[in-house]
Design a protein around this ligand. Structure first.
Ligand SMILES: O=C(O)CCC(=O)C(=O)O
Length: 305
């Protein structure tokens, strides 16, 4: 990929594992962003909620602008030749229903040349109980795909195993994980007493153009249709939180490519990550059992930035 980190070691680590951890906000910035979020949300939404889901464009745009403004110095310090596309809040209010299932983020750029990257930064310390992000290291390299809420995931048969392979990234407030959007990731529910507020900033190389993908399962030759999008896409796209599985109503169709992503098997997963020990039912935490039930046979149905 074209380098985007100023530090060559971070760039190499990012390419190898699909993520790195960096210091990002200081205490003043954390406190400011908390207050900013609270102006819009004196009361949190139920469970998992991203500002990109909101139908309120003023809120989506306001969050975007303020998060970018506050993060500008840290972005400048760490990255080069990039285009910052969107900032958003991702919040998990305390609820057993706030888990985010196993997924990769939707395709947003031409990944044969570029990488879509998230800077995901919590405003609270993460613990095993408040919705820590878990990643499958190196999974961005398993195979190239097009991804989107309408497109079947290539790892759909091994979702429950992936839940066990996931590595928690215990960030302190203000530390960020910078991850390749194609890494497989998920997060357990927030079972603590406080909301887990995160800012997410999506960026890519300055030369990348946006494209999203939609799956035509009704066609005889199953196909993925690509749609070019302009730079306002993430803020302007209304379908994120609502009809994300429908054919996009925004953007210009670039035509179709065949859908051809072989499914990941348990054997392949074990070859990469080693065999898992047997898990007896009494050793399964209750949130894990719920998450397994929730993801069994389903896909992440609300993609977002
Ligand atoms: O905030 C979370 O817990 C999950 C976020 C996530 O999966 C994403 O940004 O794609």
């Amino acid at each position: 990929m074209l380098p985007v980190f100023r530090d060559a070691h971070l760039q190499a680590q990012f390419e190898q594992t699909g993520y790195v951890v960096i210091p990002f906000y200081d205490e003043k910035q954390i406190s400011h962003l908390n207050q900013f979020y609270r102006q819009y949300h004196p009361v949190d939404e139920e469970g998992f909620y991203a500002s990109t889901y909101s139908r309120n464009k003023a809120y989506r745009a306001g969050a975007d602008q303020e998060i970018r403004r506050v993060a500008a110095a840290a972005i400048e310090k760490n990255f080069q030749d990039i285009r910052v596309v969107a900032g958003s809040f991702i919040v998990k209010s305390p609820s057993p229903n706030s888990a985010m299932g196993v997924h990769q983020d939707m395709t947003l750029v031409d990944e044969s040349q570029f990488t879509g990257i998230n800077i995901w930064c919590p405003l609270v310390d993460l613990t095993p109980h408040n919705g820590v992000l878990k990643v499958l290291p190196g999974s961005h390299r398993i195979r190239p795909t097009y991804r989107g809420a309408s497109i079947p995931d290539f790892y759909r048969k091994v979702r429950s195993e992936i839940l066990r392979y996931g590595q928690p990234i215990y960030l302190k407030a203000g530390q960020a994980i910078v991850f390749d959007q194609s890494i497989i990731h998920f997060s357990p529910p927030n079972l603590s007493a406080e909301s887990r507020i995160v800012t997410n900033i999506f960026f890519t190389h300055q030369d990348a153009r946006f494209q999203i993908a939609y799956y035509h399962e009704d066609m005889v030759e199953k196909a993925v249709e690509l749609f070019a999008q302009n730079d306002r896409f993430i803020v302007d796209f209304d379908q994120f939180g609502h009809d994300i599985k429908q054919r996009p109503t925004l953007g210009e169709s670039l035509g179709e490519v065949p859908y051809d992503f072989p499914e990941l098997t348990l054997q392949q997963l074990e070859e990469r990550y080693g065999k898992l020990p047997q898990l007896t039912p009494d050793r399964q935490p209750s949130w894990w059992r719920r998450l397994v039930q929730a993801v069994a046979g389903s896909t992440k149905n609300q993609d977002h930035e």
